[in-house]
Ligand binder design. Structure first.
Ligand code: NAG
Ligand code: NAG
Ligand code: NAG
Ligand code: NAG
Ligand code: NAG
Ligand code: NAG
Ligand code: NAG
Ligand code: CA
Length: 550
């Protein structure tokens, strides 16, 4: 695995009652640092001797790569997609007429529950999750496998999904970076990309430095080659690294340099959740044979996710605490991903560590407020410069960031309001007012984010209209509606803006007949005259000339 010279399982947090364990951890650390090559970023600090005695040096550091399937929570959808309840017979594509295999959820030997995708198989015993068969054909056989870690992770090597009995002919791998709130495709897989996803078939080796983070559709893992020879569906991470680090990943420094400089490169490998959308099972290279649907299903024996905890280069350890992965933050940082400075260490705003310069990188340590590298002026981490204003005899923060302002960067800029759930030193302490330009008087808001609305507009952002008003680049009083301002004489109200009148009427509410004294009410304009119009016409015009109403 990349960046993992000492492949040890992730260590559980040692407890005080386990001194032997602690010792072993210490020895392991020693061993790791001894074998660590330059640029591996395995150590956060080390004691170096100088003329003035020993001092700690701090480095950018990251946890080692792990098999993240050990920590995943897997969910399979829809409910009932797992085979065996009720028990079901199936056969395989290679042996389609021997349908004597059985899946039975109540029998441990014949059950295929989801956890068999993440188990460690011992003694060569193959264990796998299996879906129901495609007995409902032509209704598509669909299944979602959702994997969550409740932790930001970074892929460090190829992700493999191992299918028994054939790989799906259509599948999408999705990822989420926000714990499953939003999803984006990671890679498309189909036996015919153009036909299925309207995407040209690509291979990762077609990628260059300019498009290495492109989401592609590949046909490499979906075509029928027999169910035994090629079982894996892969997300190629190694080949993407190789674009920068060379085919054998000899030149990792170049990769790390690009990780710092190329927008979106690190993010491409980052995720908190993954999802497999299985859209069509293996067909054995032929069309669906409707007379034998018991041979179509999905079966997954393993999902290998080599990754490391994302700790923003502020931790070399990631531990499982209370069932959740947690970076063991150094450099006076804290948070699940070491994404904040510790309380009292906010003289500068937080920064991720940097891979550069190689081999040890830059730790970007958070420093104590009031320490010489900071200043005596508290800026809540929104500024790292202060200035003494002679005429006011005060020290004030300069260039407050994160949309703050004030002597201590303690207020929000105009057009922003205070985030009630954020502390003063939080980067997201000020939220944009986001007042609707058309509906509001100006772009400022009050302390809870309410904007000041123009007449007729309403809502916190003034993007709604009061009753009796309609939206048309701002709120305007309704000309017509379905309740009070009814269009008359068969007219219809068009977007509350105007009545579309029958040809023979006019007026804002079509209340007025077009026939006027001395005018001819004949022809098309009088095809369906109302009683009132007839009366008017009778009084003023050619009653006899008008055709009878239909
Ligand atoms: C799988 O997830 C997608 C996206 O949320 C959803 O649209 C689809 O209905 C799901 N499919 C199944 C079989 O649950
Ligand atoms: C996710 O992790 C965070 C931090 O470790 C924890 O506070 C939270 O309870 C976890 N959520 C779940 C659903 O486990
Ligand atoms: C298939 O995936 C497994 C992990 O599940 C891995 O050990 C194996 O090397 C992969 N095989 C190929 C040919 O990539
Ligand atoms: C990436 O760029 C190369 C060269 O410009 C091109 O040949 C290749 O098709 C591109 N790949 C994708 C997936 O767009
Ligand atoms: C935390 O901050 C203090 C004061 O700035 C510094 O002396 C110490 O080395 C820092 N600790 C780490 C682990 O960087
Ligand atoms: C408010 O602050 C909380 C805590 O930092 C943050 O999670 C949230 O995203 C912030 N809200 C907005 C709208 O920025
Ligand atoms: C902001 O305005 C809204 C609506 O007028 C009001 O309900 C709210 O209390 C105001 N908040 C503050 C802090 O003034
Ligand atoms: Ca297994």
């Amino acid at each position: 695995m990349i960046g993992a010279p000492c492949a040890s399982p992730l260590r559980r947090a040692p407890t005080a009652s386990q001194p032997a364990m602690l010792l072993r951890v210490a020895l392991l650390l020693l061993h790791c640092s001894a074998s660590a090559l330059g640029g591996k970023y395995e150590l956060c600090k080390s004691l170096v001797s100088t003329d003035d005695g020993s001092v700690w040096e701090h480095y950018a550091c990251q946890p080692r790569s792990e098999s993240m399937k050990d920590y995943v929570r897997i969910k399979v959808d829809p409910p009932g997609i797992t085979c065996g309840n009720p028990p079901e017979r199936f056969c395989t594509l290679e042996n389609p007429y021997l349908c004597s295999d059985e899946c039975d959820a109540s029998n441990p030997d014949l059950a295929h529950p989801p956890q068999l995708m993440q188990d460690r198989e011992r003694h060569g015993l193959l264990t796998y999750w299996q879906s129901v068969t495609w007995r409902r054909h032509p209704e598509p056989l669909l299944a979602n496998i959702s994997m969550s870690w409740n932790k930001s992770l970074e892929l460090t090597d190829d992700l493999h999904v191992t299918f028994e009995y054939g790989r799906p002919t259509i599948m999408v791998l999705d990822k989420s970076v926000d714990h499953g709130r939003s999803w984006q495709p990671y890679q498309y897989y189909a036996d015919d990309c153009l036909d299925t996803f309207n995407m040209p078939a690509k291979r990762v080796r077609d990628l260059t430095a300019a498009n290495v983070t492109r989401v592609i559709c590949t046909e490499q893992y979906s075509r029928w080659v027999g169910s035994k020879s090629h079982k894996n569906v892969t997300l190629e991470v190694r080949a993407r690294f190789a674009v920068f680090a060379g085919p054998r990943l000899h030149n990792m420094d170049t990769l790390y340099t690009r990780m710092e400089s190329m927008k979106g490169l690190r993010d491409f490998f980052t995720f908190t959740n993954l999802r497999l959308r299985l859209l069509r099972p293996a067909l054995g290279g032929t069309y669906v044979q409707r007379d034998n649907l018991l041979k179509y299903f999905y079966a997954i024996s393993n999902i290998e996710v080599p990754a490391r905890c994302k700790c923003n280069l502020h931790a070399s350890q990631c531990l499982l605490l209370d069932g959740n992965l947690q970076c063991q933050c150094e450099h006076n940082t804290t948070g699940q991903d070491c994404q904040r400075c510790k309380k009292g260490f906010k003289a500068k705003s937080w920064k991720a560590g940097s891979y550069l310069p190689t081999p040890n990188g830059t730790p970007n340590t958070c420093t104590i407020a009031g320490s010489p590298s900071g200043s005596n002026c508290e800026c809540y981490g929104h500024s790292n410069r202060c200035s003494y204003l002679e005429f006011l005899k005060i020290v004030t923060c300069v260039s407050c960031k994160h949309n703050t302002r004030g002597q201590n960067c303690q207020h929000c800029r105009l057009g922003y309001f205070r985030n009630a759930s954020a502390e003063l030193d939080d980067e997201s302490v000020c939220i944009e007012c986001n007042c609707n330009q058309m509906g509001s008087l100006h772009d400022r808001c009050n302390g809870t984010g309410f904007c000041q609305c123009k007449d007729g507009a309403a809502g916190p952002k003034c993007d709604e209209c009061l009753p009796g008003h309609h939206w048309k680049q701002g709120c305007y009083p309704n000309v017509c509606d379905d309740e009070m301002l009814l269009c008359q004489n068969g007219g219809t109200c068009h977007q509350n803006q105007k009545c579309a009148c029958a040809p023979e009427f006019k007026g804002v509410l079509c209340q007025q007949a077009r026939c006027e004294a001395g005018k001819d009410c004949n022809g098309a304009a009088a095809r369906r005259p109302s009683a009132a119009a007839l009366l008017l016409c009778a009084l003023f015009g050619g009653l006899l000339a008008a055709p009878p109403p239909r």
